[in-house]
Write a protein that binds this ligand. Structure first.
Ligand code: GDP
Ligand code: ZN
Length: 300
């Protein structure tokens, strides 16, 4: 028994207990405090009833409309951003920036392609995002378009889907992992009874390879701890800026002389709509940074 190290992976979270899959293949429930901060996907060492979390490879956070910070997932490699007609604007951009700055590869899933009118949305999204991320048009309801997605996930190791409530994340997870059986069209953060507070969050191994973690639906994807530099580096549509530097290293791409972004906008290599959306999110990031700085200042 000398080589026994009780390390494993949290594969389910039930609020007051977690299920750990040990390296040996055994599974066991371990009790945790309600706000222990452990999440599905965490690697842990278990000694008796005590969990010790190992350092996370990646950590994806988001901010809700009230400013609360939530962990979307730990040790994820890819992030599927699910959209459908009537999805709110800005969600995709924030999720792409957040994912890339946390070293996750984002991709876009356009659901409900069986509905009339979705083709316009799809064309629009392709126009704006095909230079930045891979796009998967699907219908979870009709189970169509899933094969390319499954193939992508099989190489992506561990992923999760985010999207506002109602876009069809539960339907998609059910289609990809038939054993999961999530309730469709039932709970939402909006109604104040989110799945994440009451029921299980789980990690599923896909038949064709890869793993998926189910995340609750939410309305907002506010950025957390993103610098202005990161925003511009990861902003979808700004890829051309990676090859041309601005005159000033700390350029915010507003009105600075020698700004490469402004020049690229002028040349049409960064679309005007992308630049306008960047400016909106820039204001948010600056407000958050100023708030963080004054907090640090008060605490020192
Ligand atoms: P979630 O809140 O993102 O988990 O979304 P759900 O999976 O609960 O789905 C919300 C609603 O959209 C339900 O009424 C589903 O039946 C419906 N829905 C999900 N996927 C599709 C789809 O591909 N096509 C159509 N037409 N409806 C869908
Ligand atoms: Zn600039």
């Amino acid at each position: 028994m000398s080589s026994f190290t009780p390390s494993g992976l949290i594969v389910a979270h039930h609020g007051i207990s977690v299920e750990v899959l040990f390296d040996s293949g055994q599974r066991r429930m371990v009790r945790v405090k309600r706000n222990s901060g452990h999440v599905v996907g965490d690697n842990v060492i278990v000694t008796g009833e005590v969990l010790k979390r190992l350092p996370r490879r990646t950590e994806l956070q988001r901010r809700d409309a009230r400013g609360g910070i939530h962990l979307v997932g730990a040790n994820l490699d890819v992030l599927g951003i699910v959209v459908a007609p009537l999805s709110p604007g800005g969600f995709i951009d924030r999720a792409i920036v957040a994912a890339q700055s946390a070293q996750l590869q984002p991709f876009l899933v356009v659901n409900k392609c069986d509905l009339e009118g979705t083709s316009e949305l799809l064309e629009e999204l392709k126009r704006v995002y095909s230079g930045s991320v891979q796009i998967f048009p699907i219908s979870a309801a009709e189970r169509s378009g899933l094969a390319p997605l499954e193939e992508f996930l099989s190489g992506g190791h561990r992923g999760a889907f985010v999207g506002t409530t109602g876009v069809g994340k539960s339907s998609l997870l059910n289609a990809l992992c038939p054993e999961i059986d999530l309730k469709v069209g039932s709970l939402s953060e909006y109604k104040g009874m989110g799945r994440h507070t009451t029921t299980v969050s789980t990690l599923h191994a896909l038949a064709g390879g890869g793993e998926l973690v189910d995340t609750p639906g939410f309305r907002d994807f506010g950025l957390v701890d993103i610098t202005v530099e990161e925003l511009a580096e990861f902003f979808p549509g700004f890829e051309a800026h990676r090859d041309v530097a601005c005159k000033f290293r700390n350029c915010r791409h507003r009105t600075e002389p020698g700004c490469a972004v402004l020049e690229l906008v002028g040349q049409g290599r960064i679309p005007a709509e992308r630049y306008a959306t960047y400016m909106e999110i820039l204001k948010e990031v600056e407000t958050l940074q100023a708030a963080a700085r004054s907090r640090d200042w008060k605490n020192n």
